[in-house]
Design a binder for this molecule. Structure first.
Ligand code: MN
Length: 230
């Protein structure tokens, strides 16, 4: 039995050491699919260089530690106990994964159902919500993100976070499950819009798919994570 265990350990150890728990998913659309709003070169560099680097550096930071067994969400919820490498790269991985998924070449430009009702109740109109998100995005000094989140009291909230932080992190000022996030790092827009963050924000709404945001909202309402954020 001992021999068998030793043999198994010998076989499995290299795989454990080489384990890369997090990986970069392909985009569900071509790099040029969101043009002219988001150009192909920006999309390709953003995905294959920036996001890939966050994934690689996250895997490096957790390699050989018990953190390898944690989910990305678990890392976020306990981020104050992790080092900066995990905060920056784990956040970078989580945030970009969400961002790519809410973008679409054929987006629904209005939400339906429960999300639209919640937006109307809290913000009056979709346009006034978008203005508030744009204000948060413009007000974020330097690099960061603007978010629409579901808070633990089951309300919508618009917030911004610096760098690659997000509202799941225990260090965030406002906690919630992100259902929409907009990357306002210059790498997200500089090639096409240079320093014109406002023009990028105007354009990005043309490729944000509210049907995905509505799905995120429905999932968030049922998520056990909501109570963990209290
Ligand atoms: Mn980015």
């Amino acid at each position: 039995m001992k021999t068998l265990l030793a043999l198994l350990a010998t076989i499995l150890l290299p795989y454990t050491l080489l384990a890369q728990p997090f990986k970069l998913d392909s985009l569900p659309y071509a790099y040029d699919a969101l043009a002219p709003h988001l150009d192909a070169r920006t999309m390709e560099i953003h995905h294959t260089k920036h996001h890939q680097a966050y994934v690689n550096n996250l895997n490096k930071a957790i390699a050989g530690t018990p953190l390898e067994k944690m989910t990305l969400t678990e890392l976020m919820l306990n981020i104050s106990r992790m080092g900066d490498a995990i905060r920056n790269n784990g956040g970078g991985h989580y945030n970009h994964d969400l961002f790519w998924k809410i973008l679409s070449p054929k987006p629904a430009l209005m939400p339906k159902g429960d999300l639209m009702s919640a937006i109307t109740a809290q913000y009056g109109t979709l346009d006034s919500l978008k203005r508030e998100i744009n204000r948060a995005a413009m007000g974020q000094f330097g690099s960061g993100w603007a978010w629409l989140v579901l808070t633990p009291d089951r309300r919508l909230a618009v917030v911004s976070t610096p760098n690659q932080d997000n509202p799941l992190m225990d260090v965030a000022k406002v906690h919630g499950i992100p259902i929409l996030g907009i990357d306002v790092w210059e790498h997200a827009y500089y090639l096409n819009y240079q320093n014109r963050r406002a023009d990028y924000l105007t354009a990005v709404w043309n490729v944000i798919d509210w049907s995905v945001v509505a799905e995120n909202y429905a999932k968030a309402l049922k998520s056990p994570i909501l109570d963990m954020l209290k």
